[in-house]
Design a protein. Structure first.
Length: 129
């Protein structure tokens, strides 16, 4: 792997997009694969022809667990692996349901939670599960 100065750290670029209110993932211009987390090279074919593309924001919970925290520290929350429609998976949380109600297969939609840094969080799709 090269470490050329021309390539900006992709995770930093990703965060800058998020801070501007855009949730993007990488798409390879050579083989068409999507990938997340951001990397310098395509994990499928090794190409560096990666472009940012707005994520659909649609996905399903692929795995879920509950992180237990004292109420004064924010209380329990879900810790999920979401598979986006693009086929990539990312770790996040589902905000609008009790952690124990966040089950594998739950359809979710992404939103950007402002903050420093901003982050991608999910909500359960209305009427599901
Ligand atoms: Zn590729």
């Amino acid at each position: 792997m090269t470490n050329g100065s021309a390539a900006q750290a992709p995770d930093r670029e990703y965060q800058e997009f998020l801070n501007e209110g855009r949730f993007v993932i990488q798409k390879c211009g050579a083989c068409g694969a999507y990938q997340f987390a951001p990397r310098v090279l395509c994990t499928s074919c090794g190409s560096d022809a990666l472009a940012w593309q707005d994520a659909s924001g649609q996905g399903v919970v692929y795995a879920a667990t509950t992180i237990c925290q004292k109420p004064e520290r924010g209380g329990d929350y879900s810790y999920v692996l979401v598979e986006l429609d693009e086929g990539v998976r990312m770790i996040s949380t589902v905000l609008d349901r009790p952690p124990l109600d966040v089950a594998v297969g739950l359809p979710v939609v992404a939103e950007i939670e402002a903050g420093d840094p901003a982050r991608v969080v999910f909500r359960g799709v209305e009427g599901a599960a």
